[in-house]
Ligand binder design. Structure first.
Ligand SMILES: Cc1ncc(COP(=O)(O)O)c(C=O)c1O
Length: 447
């Protein structure tokens, strides 16, 4: 028995990895796996990038960690400059670091509360999130997120936050024309703010492009602008959780740039340090920062590991490489290529209902019947069959089985490193197609 409490979804033994390079992870059995998702959408530069490992080693030799309550360092100052410049220095004005996406989102919620306190509106304490969203595992963000089975054990501790629908282009609300979708979802948010009481709502938190929980959910055109207008009308802050979709993954540095929308607070993580060190950031607009500073002098957010120096060295190196090598633009171009390749390879498969996404974040929804969009029965666990088939085909994958209503809806996710070559993208598409066909075949045989 292993004493390590891993996160193997069904308790099945995991293959043991020994080393990794670029998009490839090597197992002790001699097997080589291509990583189609960069772990959980994490690796922006792939494994073993020599410049990043050198930057981290160098920082460890100089000073691993500097306590952020006692002094600053070049590393943390330069990283903050890079983050704010890339996000938009005309709007953003402060960065607070922590070590995970969950913590960054906790700080985003607390920053929103502190902002309203500073503004003399202490009664604004309620948050509105979206269904089928994931903002992290700690209790505060578990509540604003909406991942039915991850919440299920803790429901008693949750319930202060409420939720509106996540946009679904493949399964839109009945009777709403595509051109009316953005208005429809904005009206829903407006109604929810009215139900809670506008004077009580602190912030709306959402993933600008839904990540793992919904199998990638791009919004309808005009969505972010319409949601921004509703927030503004009611004095509600907008928190953009860009932990999954940010730092270039969508083909823009910030996913909300696609609609030229600026949030009041934004969180980023995964691509920021690309898996080399744990690092996340809560980025405040100038207005939010100045309001908080004006009343309190600082954000109330003490943490031991905030701005961990070696982690920031990884972030500084990763952002430097993304900028120098034009990787955000490369991701945008590769997204067009990948979509075309996926459509050509899988577009006619009768179990492939939808292929959606942008940049290097794509979701493939698997269905029993393409015409009716009927999903597979959950008991068939098509998503697990996909994972097993992928491993057999030498590919690491990410998938899930509950994107429609928390119970049904199998999908496969594709989020390769920004550095993937066209050959590697081709290899991934071929292995995804083979793994989908094998898993569907075996599910149909078992039905
Ligand atoms: C959109 C989003 N927010 C927050 C989180 C939580 O991040 P972490 O697992 O680092 O706490 C994740 C993780 O997958 C995520 O995808």
């Amino acid at each position: 028995m292993s004493y390590w409490i891993s996160q193997s979804v069904d308790g099945a033994p995991l293959p043991k990895a020994t080393h990794a390079e670029g998009l490839y992870v090597y197992g002790e059995d001699g097997q080589c796996y291509i990583d189609s998702t960069g772990g959980p959408g994490l690796f922006s530069l792939g494994h073993g990038h020599p410049e990043v490992t050198a930057a981290v080693k160098d920082q460890l030799d100089r000073m691993a960690y500097g306590f952020s309550m006692t002094f600053t360092t070049d590393v943390v100052e330069e990283l903050s400059e890079k983050v704010v410049t890339a996000a938009g220095a005309d709007h953003f004005g402060g960065v607070f670091y922590s070590s995970s996406g969950s913590e960054a989102n906790e700080h985003a919620l607390k920053a929103a509360l502190q902002y309203h306190l500073a503004n003399g509106e202490p009664e604004r304490t309620r948050f509105i999130g979206r269904r089928l969203s994931w903002h992290g595992a700690t209790l505060g963000v578990l509540d604003v997120g909406h991942h039915p089975w991850r919440r299920s054990l803790y429901e008693d501790q949750l319930g202060r936050a409420s939720h509106v629908s996540a946009p679904m282009l493949y399964r839109p609300p009945e009777g709403v024309a595509p051109e009316d979708l953005a208005r429809h979802y904005a009206d829903e948010l407006d109604a929810e703010i009215g139900r809670v009481g506008a004077a009580h709502v602190a912030a709306f938190i959402f993933e600008p492009i839904g990540g793992g929980t919904g199998g990638i959910l791009p919004p309808p055109a005009g969505y972010a602008q319409a949601m921004r207008a509703v927030c503004d009308e009611h004095g509600v802050l907008m928190i953009a959780d860009e932990i999954f979709c940010g730092v270039g993954r969508s083909g823009k540095w910030r996913a909300l740039e696609h609609e030229d929308v600026q949030p009041d607070i934004m969180t980023i993580a995964k691509g920021l340090s690309g898996g080399y060190m744990p690092l996340s950031a809560c980025v405040l607009s100038r207005a939010v920062r100045e309001t908080i500073d004006g009343a309190y002098g600082n954000l109330e957010a003490a943490r031991t590991y905030s701005g961990h120096t070696a982690a920031c060295a990884a972030g500084r190196a990763v952002l430097g490489i993304i900028e120098r090598d034009g990787l955000v633009e490369k991701v945008a171009r590769d997204g067009i290529y990948l979509k075309e390749r996926l459509d050509r390879t899988l577009g006619q498969d009768d179990a492939v209902g939808d292929i959606r996404g942008c940049g290097l974040m794509w979701g493939i929804e698997l269905v029993k019947d393409r015409d009716t969009k009927e999903p597979f029965e959950p008991a068939l666990q098509v998503w697990k069959r996909y994972r097993d088939a992928a491993l057999e085909n030498g590919m690491l994958s990410y998938q899930g089985g509950a994107i429609i209503d928390g119970e049904r809806g199998d999908y496969a996710l594709l989020t390769p490193a920004y550095t993937a070559t066209r050959d590697e993208l081709d290899e991934i598409v071929d292995k995804v197609a083979l793994s989908i066909r094998r898993s569907v075949e075996s599910a149909r045989a078992a039905a």
